[in-house]
Design a binder for this molecule. Structure first.
Ligand code: AQP
Length: 328
């Protein structure tokens, strides 16, 4: 049976990009595979974050998981920091990663480019190693991610291949799973940049109210033309709105082009805003109910216990394989 594993890091308020590229797809796997979804709170420490913000974001991601339809009876949901095997395995497999390949990680280059060399923390550099540990601990075979994270899964595959070559068939080789539409939602204010929760300009947040969503969409950057057609290079703003619309409606970009032949940008933008509001309103209601229910901590505690049992088996296998002395 396949094991699907994914996570979101609580670095900021979740965006429509997180929703369409990740969150919305998570529940699909729980009926067809073993499903493991966690909150990557250790990964959230790679850039400065205030403790109270981290706490609130963490709680929100957990509530959003349940609001998106993840069922704790079918999916193991937990906090990364509650399962110590993640940090332990990361320390071990970091020894099999090379500085050269780590330095080539696009996300590291992007996130550290605006920082002074002296203030780049080690965690942002070693992030993909911890992510590899996250994946292999559970023998994950499928890792649903947005396009931006594909390179990290590739690095994990290299580490697994290298490790198994040295020690035998110990770790499972994962495959990245990229959604066909919605894999990369761009910023509404600069559609050449990814919509990111840690860079709030041009984001739609999952907690935004209807009025805010409509305002943000109506003022999204477009171009001087009037026709709704897809051209990522010359019309990145309109193309991004088309991707959002297609993704929410579960249709192709060609379908969107057909639907809006002859429509102006105003009409199209209103339709995009309507679609987002219709999608997010019931989701936000479920989120509020979950927060009010007070059930979250129990779900996270039980999830961590289940996760830890699986993770420990892999960690012990790795320790034995590499020759760490086993006291009887
Ligand atoms: N703009 C996006 N379009 C589609 N998918 C996206 N994801 C993130 N942004 C977009 C997907 O959401 C999941 C969340 O991953 P993460 O929190 O571990 O980190 P991330 O990819 O770095 O997401 P952000 O929002 O850009 O966070 P920050 O700003 O903290 O780095 C992943 O599956 C991701 O692909």
């Amino acid at each position: 049976m396949e094991t699907t594993l994914s996570a979101i890091k609580p670095t900021g308020q979740l965006t429509l990009g997180n929703y369409l590229g990740a969150l919305r797809n998570f529940p699909k796997f729980q009926d067809e595979s073993k499903n493991i979804i966690f909150i990557a709170d250790l990964h959230a420490l790679t850039l400065p974050i205030a403790p109270e913000v981290l706490r609130e974001n963490t709680r929100d991601v957990a509530a959003f998981y349940l609001a998106a339809g993840l069922d704790p009876k079918k999916t193991i949901i937990f906090l990364q920091s509650m399962v110590h095997q993640h940090s332990e395995l990361s320390t071990i497999i970091g020894n099999y990663a090379y500085m050269g390949e780590m330095s080539r990680m696009t996300q590291f280059k992007e996130k550290s480019s605006h920082l002074n060399e002296k203030s780049i923390g080690l965690g942002i550099f070693t992030y993909p190693v911890l992510m590899a540990a996250d994946i292999v601990l559970y023998n994950a075979t499928k890792v649903p991610v947005g396009e931006d994270q594909k390179q990290h899964v590739e690095l994990c595959r290299n580490l697994v291949t290298r490790f198994n070559h040295l020690y035998g068939d110990i770790l499972t080789l994962p495959e990245p799973v990229i959604p066909t539409v919605g894999a990369r939602i761009m910023s509404l204010s600069d559609p050449t940049k990814k919509m990111s929760k840690s860079d709030p300009k041009g984001d739609i947040f999952l907690k935004d109210d209807e009025k805010t969503i409509r305002k943000k969409i109506m003022s999204a950057v477009t171009d001087m033309e009037t026709s709704v057609h897809y051209d990522k290079v010359n019309k990145p703003g309109i193309s991004n709105l088309m991707t959002i619309y297609a993704s929410i409606k579960n249709i192709t970009i060609e379908d969107v082009e057909k639907e809006f032949v002859g429509s102006n940008y105003g009409t199209f933008k209103r339709a995009v805003a309507d679609a987002i509001v219709a999608e997010l309103t019931p989701f936000q209601n479920r989120y509020r109910e979950i927060i009010a229910s007070g059930e979250l901590d129990r779900v996270l505690k039980e999830g961590a216990e289940q996760a830890s049992q699986i993770a420990e088996v892999t960690l012990e296998k790795v320790k034995k394989a590499i020759g760490l002395y086993q006291v009887k």
